[in-house]
Each structure stands twice: as C-alpha cells, then as structure tokens.
Design a protein around this ligand. Structure first.
Ligand code: S3P
Length: 438
C-alpha cells in the first residue's frame, strides 16, 4: 500500500439513522391506530420515498427537526392513522424512486386495501426482481401484475379479505418476509412465514411477533390475522450498514481512531463485525444495551495494519452481510490485495449487479478479479494506478461509498460518477468524513 495523507480521529454522533428500521417504523405507524412518533428518522432519499408513498395514499405524515440528547438535532416524524385500513386510493402512480424496500414492503399493505394501485421506480429499481413479492400476495388472494420480465411497474388490486398463508421464503429476504408479514396482519386468520437462513428481524421485533424455532432448525414468524397494532413511539438507532464505511476508513488509515455512537448491533446485521474481528481488525464494542428488543452500542475502531484477507461463502453469513459485501471486498483488496466471495448470486439483484460493479471498478484500480456466477475473487494487483481513475457508481449508493473510501486510502484520485446517489442512505457521508479528517 502507499503513503497516506490523512488519518481520522474523532467521534461520530450523527451516523444516519438505520434505513431498515426507519422504513418499518413509518409503515407500522401507518397501520397503527393513533399517533406514532418516530424519533431520529432517516433523511435518506429511500426513507423519504416511503413517507412519500404513504402520503400519496392519504396517511397524515409530518416531519420536524427537534433537539434531542446531547444537543443533537434529529428529525422527528409523526404519523396519524386509524389502523389497518386507513389508506385511500392514490390519484397517481406511487413513485418509490431507488427504494426496493419501499416498493416491496408497502406492497404487502396495499394487497389488503380494496383499491388498485401502481408502484413504479427509477431505472435501477425497475430492473429488480418482483416475482418474489407477487407470488405470496397472489396466494393470499390479491391480484398482482408485473412486466413480462417480472419487474415493476407493480399493479396491485387489493382485497380486504386476504387469506392467511403458510409461506416458506424461497430466497433469504427480509423485504419479502416483511411484506408477507404486513399482508398477513390484515388476513382472516393466523399465518406462518418460514425461513431457513435468518434474515434481519426488525419487523418481528417492532411488532412484537412470536418467532418459533422449528425441529428442523428453521424459523417461523407467527402472524395473528386482523392484528390490532397499537401506536407507540420508535427511536431509530444508527445504521450499522452505514457504519461499515466509516469503520473501513478507520481500519485502513494509519493513526486513525474513530468512535461511532448508538449504532444498531442487532446480530442479524453485524456479521461483518465478526468477519472483521476474525481477520484481525481492531474493533471494540462498548456500552451495549437492549432497547425494545434491539441491541444498541458504540463501536470503537482503530487502524489495523495486520488484517488478513477476507473470504465469505457460508450462505447464512452471506445473508447477514449482504449490504456490506461491496465495502468488505474493497477493504480486503486495499488491505491485502485479496478477497473471495461465494454463494452470493443475490448480490446481482441489488441496486446494481454488485458482483460486476465491484469487479469492474477494482479492475480499473489494477486489481486482478475473477467473476463467478455467485461471487468473485480478487487475486492481487497487476499494476500501480496513479492519478485520475474513473469509477462507475452504477447509480448504486453502496458502490459509490465503497469506492469513495478507496479514494481516501489509495494513492489514485478516483472520479466517481453520479456520486450524489450516496444520499439514498447517507446524505452526510462526506460531511462526517471531513469532520474528523486530520
Ligand atoms: C433490507 C433487506 C435486504 C437489504 C436491503 C434492506 C430490509 O434486502 O439488502 O438493503 O430492510 O429488509 P433483501 O431483503 O432483499 O435481501
């Protein structure tokens, strides 16, 4: 590796609020009876898209900025609803922009509403697979139409009499698990959603649902039908997937020491910390506590010059770290010149085809990559790259941020296309990095 210009020391108190929990808090607020206050809601474009589609369906949503603990300014969202069937037929198509979570999870609620609605997205979202949401909703009795490629627009003709379902998830997807859960809350009887590889479990925790461990080791989420969801406040912790970028910056930059406060440490999200720990990264977790079922704590990260290369292939681990893989790959390549990934075909169905996106961009930086159908390997560096290099973000926030971190730690000067896409999940990304650069 080359000479470094910067090191990073300080504290991050304003990590973006967790994107997954923010989406769910807004959707649960919209089906709960009464007023839901959501403290520290995310300003990211994806979460704002969820608020947008709720408003378009007649839900009253207010946002204000308030001063919270330690003088931080946070965004508070207040949602008023009369319960499961408070939605009105939208006058226009529901624009989900870049947000797969908005399109997929809100579909579960729309399937139970007695009107037709159409969900659309930007060019990236329009390429993403939606049969996985149409299949269970059709089994429950909703009519769902997709394009001939199985993508958006998603047209839903909902019904108030959805059937309960026993559904085995064909892909380990928390979005699909959540959309079936949201639909099942409205159904006329108890549903069971079964997963063999655990995916993030925020929806179950936030709704207080029972989760059973089956004799064969799989898990079943049990959803009572026609569930009365009481309105309650939510406090959104920091996003561990956003933290991963800052952690990579600290691990790779000599002399760095960064403290990230109040991060969600739910074990279905923090597999990447275990992977990094095993590889010799200096990361400490502090002040860990449990708040309404979610584990939260501080992360202290120090420059770690002796890390080994990462190899990820266990399917359960792949499901756990699915959003962090681009950053882990770039981190491992920058630190050691090597990285290996298997059993991760799902990465091709994200905001971009992340297998091609990462290998193509690493190739531009002189790394030798081999692409497989379900992963890739980085086997070393063929040449040093100095000066300006163009990097393609593929309109994918996590690709743009992974290479923005590479830009800080490599000698080359990276020119990342459409880097403003970062605001999808991390609007203050550059501001935070600059605030503790020394
Ligand atoms: C998410 C689940 C994951 C993840 C996405 C957010 C969620 O997608 O990649 O960024 O909040 O449920 P899948 O459920 O499709 O794996």
């Amino acid at each position: 590796m080359q000479e470094y210009m910067m090191h990073y020391k300080g504290e991050v108190r304003t990590l973006p609020p967790d994107k997954s929990i923010s989406h769910r808090a807004a959707l649960i607020g919209a089906i709960a009876e009464g007023t839901t206050e959501i403290w520290n809601f995310s300003a990211g474009f994806d979460n704002q898209s969820t608020l947008g589609v709720l408003r378009a369906c007649g839900i009253r949503v207010r946002q204000e900025t308030v001063t919270a603990d330690r003088g931080n300014t946070v965004r508070k969202v207040v949602i008023d609803s009369d319960g499961l069937w408070s939605f009105t037929k939208p006058e226009k198509k529901l624009m989900c922009n870049n947000s797969g979570s908005t399109m997929r999870m809100f579909s579960g609620i729309l399937a139970a509403q007695p009107f037709e609605s159409t969900l659309v997205g930007d060019s990236s979202l329009t390429k993403r697979p939606m049969r996985r949401i149409a299949d269970p909703l059709r089994l429950m009795g909703a009519e769902v139409e997709l394009s001939s490629e199985g993508t958006a627009p998603v047209v839903i003709r909902g019904t108030k009499s959805l059937e309960p379902i026993h559904y085995e998830l064909p892909v380990p997807s928390a979005q699909v698990k959540s959309l079936v859960t949201f639909a099942a809350l409205h159904a006329e009887g108890e549903s069971r959603i079964i997963e063999s590889l655990p995916s993030r479990n925020h929806t179950e925790l936030m709704l207080g649902l029972r989760v059973e461990c089956l004799a064969d080791g799989r898990w079943a989420v049990v959803v009572p039908g026609r569930m009365n969801v009481p309105a309650k406040p939510f406090h959104i912790p920091g996003d561990p997937s956003a933290a991963c970028f800052i952690i990579a910056l600290g691990l790779l930059s000599p002399g760095s020491e960064i403290l990230l406060r109040d991060v969600c440490l739910n074990p279905t999200r923090t597999g990447y910390l275990d992977i990094l720990d095993e590889a010799g990264a200096e990361i400490q977790l502090e002040n860990i506590r449990l708040t309404r079922g979610e584990k939260i704590g501080n992360i202290l990260v120090r420059y770690s010059p002796d890390m080994h290369s990462l190899r990820i292939g266990d399917p359960a681990m792949v499901a756990n770290v699915i959003d962090e893989i681009p950053m882990l790959a770039v981190l491992s390549a920058c630190a050691t010149g090597r990285f290996e990934l298997h059993n991760a075909a799902e990465l091709r169905a994200k905001e971009s085809d992340r297998i091609s996106a990462v290998t193509n961009n690493l190739g531009r930086l002189g790394f030798v990559c081999e692409e497989f159908s379900d992963g890739f390997a980085v086997t070393g560096k063929s040449r040093e790259v100095k000066g300006k290099v163009s990097i393609e973000s593929y309109d994918d926030h996590r690709i743009a941020m992974s290479f923005a971190i590479a830009d800080k730690v490599l000698a080359a000067e990276l020119d990342i296309s459409d880097a403003e896409i970062i605001a999808v999940s991390f609007p203050n990304f550059y501001e935070i990095i600059e605030s503790f650069a020394q």
